[in-house]
Design a protein around this ligand. Sequence first.
Ligand SMILES: Cc1cc2nc3c(=O)[nH]c(=O)nc-3n(C[C@H](O)[C@H](O)[C@H](O)COP(=O)(O)OP(=O)(O)OC[C@H]3O[C@@H](n4cnc5c(N)ncnc54)[C@H](O)[C@@H]3O)c2cc1C
Length: 431
Amino acid sequence: MQTSPTNPGHANSWYAASANDKRVRPELEGETEADVCVIGAGFTGISAALELAENGFSVVVLEGERVGFGASGRNGGQIVNGYSRDLEVIARRYGPDKAVKLGEMSLEGGEIIRRRVATYGIRCDLVDGGFFAAFTDKQVKEMAHVKANWEKHGHTGLEMVAKADVGKYVKSDRYVGGMIDRLGGHIHPLNLVLGEAAAAEGLGVRIFEKSRVTGLDMGLNPVVKTAKGRVKAKYVLVCGNAYLGSMLPKITDRMMPVSSQVMATEPLDAKLIEDLLPANYCVEDANYVLDYYRRTADNRLLYGGGIGYGGHDPANLTGVIRPNMLKTFPQLKGARIDFAWSGNFALTLTRIPHMGRLSENVYFSHGDSGHGVTTTHLLGKILGEAVAGHAGRFDVWASLPALPFPGGRTFRVPLTVLGAWWYGLRDKLGV
Ligand SMILES: Cc1cc2nc3c(=O)[nH]c(=O)nc-3n(C[C@H](O)[C@H](O)[C@H](O)COP(=O)(O)OP(=O)(O)OC[C@H]3O[C@@H](n4cnc5c(N)ncnc54)[C@H](O)[C@@H]3O)c2cc1C
């Protein structure tokens, strides 16, 4: 990973360069105590910490690198509602009751973000509105089907967009239609997580950076260990997601790190970027390996896509993403690329987040499978609720089966690549 020259310890992203808060937090040294120790300062961990602090718990957060170092500080910034699998698939797999319960929570992540931004005055360039772009009539039909089903669960923000109206949202001739989500939107994700971390600190949460957890003693009084310190806590929340490594194989064998790549152009002429994305909605297409893009507050085009199973970075990041950007917007042939970076999200076999207990007082949540900006906020809150003794929603999630990847650690990557190749081929052929 190339690190940011102006914000060391972060990937060299536009986000790191434009972060509101570049302050470095101390490393944990010696022993301390707290009601709850949270491992990982991404959206999940910070969302849990903030929820707990708002409810009077003392919290220590241990982050191996910097707050927002992982996916939360590097993603496309798209507020996408729902989960990586549609509620209809959830109903088919786990029964209608589970679909109803997950449906009730499916808009809450976006609401939590908006509430916190307003309550704590977080400056993260929040903009409302998202557009799902379809390449084929089949994808349009699928979107209409998803819309009808989602509306049964109370989503009122969706609207189909005919081909003639696509230009209101994106000026590209690649699409035959799409769907807008007025409850979607976009943010500067690193500034969001930094703002939430600062809000948590304002309520007494202690956050330590460069404090990677190397050991965890479970039991009645769990102890969390780093190279130079230890935290004694009543509860531990494991929120390391794709960066957890192999510390807890019981749960990490049920997820796979997957990389996605993002780049940001130079600031574009205001008229040009307004012409490309007139409504300032974020856009993601409907392919299996999808492209996602949006405007930034300083008029760059931030364009993401690509995929690396196992979490490997391609050698030439721009070489992967720029050709896709030019297929969408040939007008940008001459635009300079100022930043290109990569980050890892955690994929589960079911594409549904994996949440549960490692012991009576050690809980975990990970595996938002590429759509995690909203879900992590929801699940972090639910982790906090469970610690506070309200485990009803936690138990709904924890009851969903989490399967290990076929092929174990050695063959899970090639087998998943094979599956993705098949779906990617279908997208290319438009079938
Ligand atoms: C390039 C990219 C683009 C994406 N775009 C979008 C998007 O536009 N919309 C969307 O909804 N989702 C998107 N996602 C997914 C979304 O970003 C993630 O689902 C979400 O940020 C995961 O948050 P998290 O807190 O669970 O994990 P992370 O943000 O990865 O945080 C985990 C943290 O734990 C720390 N950690 C790990 N192990 C340890 C340890 N042992 N000790 C201490 N600390 C530890 C890590 O350093 C890291 O900071 C994208 C993901 C990527 C990678």
